[in-house]
Design a protein around this ligand. Structure first.
Ligand code: ZN
Length: 154
């Protein structure tokens, strides 16, 4: 990673920080989860061996794009360097993390909140949408991850 290349971000190809966790549509990204073929339970991260629903013995799953929007269930400030596989920006800056209940699946998914929005701007029940943001870049590409962004009209 060279700092002097930071200005020339836009010409580089974008790649996912974590392969297969979300679609790479930068306008309308979706997290990729899985759904049990027997009972319909959704999972994120993807579940592919056995269903965690105690009353289901399903073992086959479909990959499904999850809702792009949801409501803040809880949130916190991450003032520490996150562990792998979460890769922080360099230099490290504290950021907010939101647990968002997905619109359709009613499943809570954790994610960083976009740069520039801190915990003071968040409240429970707030509508959020999924976006992709550059986490860092190297000489070849921009590394994208998913983040939660407050919906504009509220
Ligand atoms: Zn199941």
């Amino acid at each position: 990673m060279s700092k002097e290349s930071a200005a020339a971000t836009s010409n580089k190809p974008s790649v996912a920080v974590l392969d297969g966790w979300f679609t790479m549509d930068e306008d309308k990204p979706h997290l990729l989860g899985s759904q049990c073929n027997s009972c319909g339970t959704y999972y994120f991260p993807k579940q592919s061996n056995y269903c965690k629903n105690p009353s289901c013995d399903g073992e086959s799953f479909n990959e499904v794009p999850l809702s792009r929007t949801g409501k803040v269930w809880s949130f916190t400030n991450a003032c520490y360097q996150p562990p792998e596989p979460y890769i922080a920006a360099d230099p490290y800056q504290p950021y907010a993390i939101a647990a968002v209940e997905l619109e359709k699946e009613k499943m809570v998914v954790l994610g960083q909140v976009i740069t520039g929005v801190d915990v003071d701007a968040l409240r429970a029940g707030m509508q959020m949408e999924l976006v992709l943001e550059t986490l860092f870049e190297d000489d070849e590409s921009r590394k994208l991850t998913w983040k939660w962004k407050p919906l504009a009209s509220q």
